[in-house]
Structure formats: structure tokens, C-alpha cells
Design a protein around this ligand. Structure first.
Ligand code: ADP
Ligand code: GLC
Length: 471
């Protein structure tokens, strides 16, 4: 069986968040389970691309509105990631340094999808499944079914995985002419509330759609940025499959980005050494519980609640904890979090920016990681934290609800809270500090967390069963 994954991100080529981690690792585990998984993504002018060799394996052109755009498909020469990696390059559109946030993002991702389909048209043997990820590739199932240009692709099964339903790729009908001939009686399938909505069109047209946790599948029916009715109507072809993690990249025993490697047997010593390195770098006290947050500083992640929660915690706990944040995003949140440094010099620090190596160091050295997400389709931070023996403190939503059990329950290991509020975060952190004051319990919990298995093996098999059901 051959599956092609289509995505805007794939670690280590280009990553903004968990989508990159998933598409960068799932194909490797699918290969281990016996199928051939291929990745196709836009070309980016990034370190991985500059430092590796690629062969141009195809070139042709697409029509985007009135423009004719030549494109190339490049394949990484050695399959060094464990699967064949393909990049689609279009000068001026798919050769950029950043992944998102360009004013012509619509043109960027429509062009990516059209070039992919043009390439696919001339495959000798067709793949068994096209697996699309998020709205940047969600027009593909629609076009394969409802554009005469791609009639020959209609019988290839399509799967669409929704990593984040908040972003849907909307664009106006004034850009309809970017799309090739669409069967006129199917135009309505592109529309959602007066706009062309790629995610909605993908959900309507794909053979099956999945979400990255079972709870998130349920939540989309009540909270999905306007698509609630669609998710109720299309429920019959949906499935929730929890993400796994790449246990080779995220392995405290071998991780080259942390100063002290450790296993379940010497977790306390290992974490203490790494904590020493983190505390030294950020001017924090080694003796206090180290509480962290890593992630995009956006409302969806509850990052707007952090400034008040941090003030509350550090005011009320009077020097009993240290807090360290790593993230970037909304400038107002960044500014508020940076400003807090003036008030809490000894117990608080923040690194505004994106730094992969620093994230590994923090997962390994921190005692707790907080995730006060309002929406969390799966969440990978809590899974990395568990693997590194760091207690996740999470709001019970989406994938966080599906992966973290409160330590008060039998076999529990994390700290869970219900409300998205600064007070709820403050209260959860007080429980964390209480837990920290009982070293023998914490030691036990660390071992329990590190013994959990969130590797891809189970979920990769679930995807393969899903593909098989489409034959
Ligand atoms: P999302 O995809 O919604 O951002 P996930 O929890 O699925 O959330 O994945 C986030 C990923 O991005 C994790 O690998 C996390 O470590 C990483 N990450 C987020 N922000 C940063 C940052 N500022 N620096 C380094 N890594 C980050
Ligand atoms: C999205 C979600 C996150 C999920 C990731 C990978 O970015 O916000 O919860 O873990 O995709 O599926």
C-alpha cells in the first residue's frame, strides 16, 4: 500500500507546531508497520533544504487564475528521514523562508495543491490513499471529485486529518477563478457562509476525516469556528485517532539537545542536572519547583491567561516556585509576559521566540509544564513532558482530556483542571507545589509517567486500518 501525506509542515524541514511533528514522524512508523508512506509539501528556503541534496524528479506548470506558473517537484536524494520526502517549488510562491502569514497565503496553498494534482495526474501507478492534513491541502479531495481536469483521480480514496479546525483557509469568491473547471452543480460544496472554505469543502468531499483525538471529534460538533453543523452532518465518516510521538527524537536517554541523558532508572538525578542547566541559563533557583509553559502565545492555548495567573502565583506563593516560559505569538501577550520580568526578577523568566533545542532542555529540566488551553485538538507538549518525567498540568479539553489522568485517581499522574481562567491555573499550580513538597510521591509519579507508552505504534496501526477500510 502506498500513501501520500500532503502537508504545509513536516519536521525537521519546516515546523511551527505539532502538525510538523506529526507529519514528520507518522510516515516513519507507518513504514515500520509495512506500508509505503510518502510526504509532499511546499518547498521552503530553510536550513534542512539548503543542507541536503535533492533531485528534480518532475516539472510542469499550473494555471492560477490568469497566471501560468512553472513548478518543480524535488525529492530528497537519500530518504534520510526514513520516508521519501518531496518538495514542490514555485518561484516567488513556494520558495519562502516562513510557512504562514503571507498576505497571499491563499495563492500559496492553492498553487501547492494544484501543482501536486498536476504531478499526480502523470503517475504510472496511482497511490492507494491521499492523506491530507489541515486546510492547506483540504481542497485536494474536493478537486479530485468535482473538477473534470482530475476525473482520472476520482477513485483514489482520500483521508483528511483535522489538526486544528479553528483555521479553515477561507477566501472570497472573487478568487474562484484560481480553481480549474469545477462542475457547476458542485460549486455549493465550496461554500460556507458566503466564502470559499477549503476545510469545509475537504470535510464534505473526502472519503473519511479524522481528528487528532476522540474528544476533539466530539468538541468540533459544538465549537469549531462556524463549522459545527457540518461536523454533525458528516459525523458518519469520522474517526478520532490520538497522535503519537516520535520516541527516537524525543528520548531523554539519547537526546543530544540536553546536557544530561537519563532513563526511568535515574530520572531524578538526570532531571536535576538538566534543571541546573536551565536555572543557570535563566537565573532561577535550583531549589524551587520549576513550572514552565512552551507554545504558541495565542488565546487558543490560554496564553492570555498567563500574565495574571503568574502574578497571582508569584505574589501569593512568595518565592516558593520559579516560572519559565518559551513561546511566541500574539504581540500583546508577548509584551505582557516580557514586562512581568521587572516585577518578579528572581522567580520568573521568559524566552520570546522559537527554539527547538531550548524546548528539549526545558522538557528535561522542568518539574511541571502548564497547558491551560481553551482548545487543544491533541497537544504534543504533554506527551513529550510525560516522556521526560515532567508533570503535565492541563485543562481538561480535547487531547489533554484523553491523555492526562489526574494524580488523585488510581494510576493517575498529572494535574487536571476544568476552567480556562487565571484562578483555575493558580489553583492547579498550588496543587503542583504541594506535590513537589512530597519528594517520594513525585519520584514515583515520574517513574509512572516515563513508563507510559505514547509512541506512534498504536495510532499508526489505526490509520492503516482506516486506509484498509477504504479499499
Ligand atoms: P500546536 O501544534 O497547537 O502548536 P502541539 O502541542 O501539538 O501544539 O505542538 C507544539 C509543538 O511545537 C511541540 O513540539 C512544542 O515543543 C513546539 N513548540 C511550540 N512553541 C515552541 C517554541 N517557542 N520553541 C520551540 N518549540 C516550540
Ligand atoms: C494542531 C493542534 C494540536 C495538535 C497538533 C498536531 O496544531 O493545535 O493540539 O497536537 O495539531 O496534531
Amino acid at each position: 500500500m502506498v500513501v501520500i501525506h500532503l502537508s504545509a509542515e513536516c519536521y525537521p524541514v519546516a515546523k511551527v507546531g505539532g502538525l510538523g511533528d506529526v507529519v514528520g514522524s507518522l510516515p516513519k512508523y507507518q513504514k515500520a508497520a509495512g506500508i509505503t508512506s510518502i510526504v509532499a509539501m511546499p518547498y521552503y528556503d530553510r536550513q534542512f533544504v539548503r543542507e541536503n541534496d535533492f533531485d528534480i524528479i518532475y516539472n510542469s506548470e499550473i494555471r492560477l487564475g490568469n497566471a501560468i506558473l512553472p513548478f518543480e517537484v524535488l525529492k530528497e536524494s537519500t530518504d534520510k528521514l526514513g520516508y521519501p520526502l518531496h518538495l514542490i517549488r514555485i518561484q516567488g510562491l513556494l520558495d519562502r523562508t516562513e510557512i504562514y502569514s503571507y498576505p497571499d497565503e491563499t495563492e500559496q496553498f492553492v498553487a501547492f495543491q494544484l501543482a501536486f494534482l498536476e504531478w499526480l495526474l502523470q503517475f504510472g501507478e496511482m497511490p492507494d490513499v491521499i492523506h491530507c492534513h489541515d486546510h492547506q491541502s483540504a481542497l485536494v479531495p474536493f478537486l479530485m471529485n468535482h473538477s473534470s481536469r482530475y476525473n482520472s483521480l476520482t477513485n483514489i480514496p482520500t483521508v483528511l486529518t483535522i489538526h486544528n479546525g479553528q483555521y479553515q483557509g477561507w477566501f472570497g469568491w472573487d478568487k474562484f477563478h484560481y480553481l480549474p473547471d469545477i462542475d457547476p452543480w458542485k460549486w455549493g460544496m465550496l461554500d460556507w457562509k458566503g466564502c470559499i472554505n477549503p476545510l469545509a469543502a475537504g470535510v464534505k468531499s473526502c472519503w473519511k476525516y479524522t481528528t487528532v483525538s476522540p474528544s476533539y471529534l466530539e468538541e468540533l460538533k459544538h465549537n469549531s469556528n462556524g463549522l459545527e453543523n457540518l461536523f454533525v452532518m458528516e459525523e458518519a465518516k469520522s474517526q478520532g485517532i490520538i497522535n503519537g510521538i516520535d520516541t527516537e527524537v524525543w528520548n531523554p536517554a539519547t537526546d543530544s539537545m540536553i546536557p544530561s541523558n537519563y532513563t526511568i532508572d535515574n530520572v531524578n538525578r538526570g532531571k536535576q542536572e538538566n534543571k541546573r542547566a536551565v536555572c543557570k541559563e535563566f537565573g532561577l533557583a535550583l531549589s524551587k519547583p520549576l513550572i514552565t509553559f512552551i507554545g504558541r502565545l495565542v488565546v487558543e492555548k490560554g496564553a492570555d491567561l498567563l500574565p495574571k495567573a503568574i502574578s497571582n502565583i508569584l505574589d501569593s506563593l512568595k518565592g516558593k516556585a520559579s516560572i519559565l516560559l518559551l513561546g511566541s505569538g500574539d504581540p500583546a501577550i508577548e509584551e505582557a509576559l516580557a514586562a512581568l520580568r521587572l516585577s518578579f526578577k528572581k522567580d520568573y523568566n521568559v524566552f520570546i521566540g522559537y527554539d527547538e533545542a531550548l524546548s528539549h532542555l526545558i522538557y528535561s529540566g522542568a518539574d511541571f509544564i502548564i497547558m491551560p488551553s481553551r482548545v487543544e485538538p491533541c497537544g504534543l507538549n504533554q506527551l513529550y513532558a510525560l516522556r521526560y518525567g515532567t508533570v503535565p498540568v492541563v485543562r481538561k479539553t480535547g487531547g489533554l482530556k484523553d491523555t492526562v489522568i489526574d494524580f488523585s485517581e488510581p494510576e493517575g499522574y498529572g494535574i487536571c483542571f476544568e476552567e480556562a481562567s487565571s484562578d483555575a491555573i493558580t489553583e492547579a499550580v498550588s496543587r503542583a507545589i504541594e506535590m513537589y513538597s512530597n519528594p517520594s510521591d513525585l519520584r514515583l509519579l515520574r517513574k509512572r509517567m516515563m513508563g507510559l507508552d505514547f509512541s506512534w505504534d498504536r495510532s499508526a496501526a489505526q490509520y492503516i486500518n482506516l486506509y484498509n477500510s477504504l479499499k
